[in-house]
Design a protein around this ligand. Structure first.
Ligand code: ADP
Ligand code: AMP
Length: 231
């Protein structure tokens, strides 16, 4: 189904604004798919990881607080990320809907999100859980390169830029994230298993979860995603 159909169905049913959570381990492709769906539908992508990295770069108080956790592959305290998401959801940016990419990651965050969305009367329509096996995740994360200018995502083997280390979109520099070293990646996968995986049951028991097998190409995953969010 084309994204325009997803949009039309959402508009036609009125209540079906695009309000999504993307769950899945690091490297599952949440950011890649969220960027694409956000561009196609005009809704806001909210990546707590991106917001935290910007705060680290700008050396804000929040950034200084988050940096050690991020470098170690651990989660930033719940109250920090809940504050980020509350501010973002309350801003005009999310009037057309939103895709939460990388949030929630704990049941505490999920409970807080539920309360915030109840206040705003904007319930989640669907939680998409992307599934990929661990070795593929490690290969994806080790080869990930991110544009320092526009945030576009590349991969040295699976989605290489036309010119090495240079973004195809804006010409910005492509860099490897500090936490995309294999030892930190393994720790992040462990954190996912212990802290975030329980959210699959949390949202499944609320009838919101759809799993999308995300081991295939970016295009094939995107096709499956559009089907998942259109139903
Ligand atoms: P996440 O946001 O879940 O951590 P990303 O979207 O950043 O994952 O993807 C991680 C890396 O894997 C990036 O380098 C991206 O280009 C690459 N990637 C994403 N989806 C796929 C896919 N379906 N096949 C191969 N590589 C992918
Ligand atoms: P990501 O860009 O989603 O891979 O996140 C990178 C890092 O940012 C994570 O390893 C955490 O340290 C931190 N982070 C991002 N989102 C959250 C969240 N919802 N809760 C706690 N920490 C987060």
């Amino acid at each position: 189904m084309k994204a325009s159909c997803v949009r039309a169905r959402c508009a036609g049913e009125r209540v079906k604004a695009v309000r999504l959570i993307f769950l899945g381990p690091p490297g599952a492709g949440k950011g890649t798919q969220a960027q694409r769906l956000a561009e196609d539908t005009g809704v806001e992508q909210i990546s707590t990881g991106d917001i935290l990295r910007q705060a680290v770069k700008a050396q804000t108080e929040m950034g200084k607080r988050a940096k050690a956790c991020m470098d170690a592959g651990q989660l930033v305290p719940d109250e920090v990320v809940i504050g980020i998401v509350r501010d973002k959801l309350g801003s005009g940016d999310c009037a057309n809907g939103f895709i939460l990419d990388g949030f929630p990651r704990t049941t505490g965050q999920a409970d807080a999100l539920g309360a915030i969305l109840l206040d705003f009367s904007t319930p989640i329509n669907r939680v998409v859980a992307f599934t990929v096996d661990d070795e593929a995740l490690v290969a994806r994360l080790c080869g990930r390169r991110t544009c320092t200018g526009c945030g576009a995502m590349f991969h040295i083997d699976y989605a290489p830029s036309k010119i090495a280390d240079q973004c195809d979109r804006c010409g910005g520099e492509l860099v490897q994230r500090d936490d995309d070293q294999e030892s930190v990646i393994r720790d992040r996968l462990t954190v996912y298993e212990t802290s975030t995986r329980p959210l699959l049951d949390y949202y499944s028991s609320r009838g919101l979860l759809t799993e999308v097998s995300a081991g295939g190409s970016v295009d094939s995953v995107y096709a499956a995603l559009k089907e998942a969010v259109a139903t």
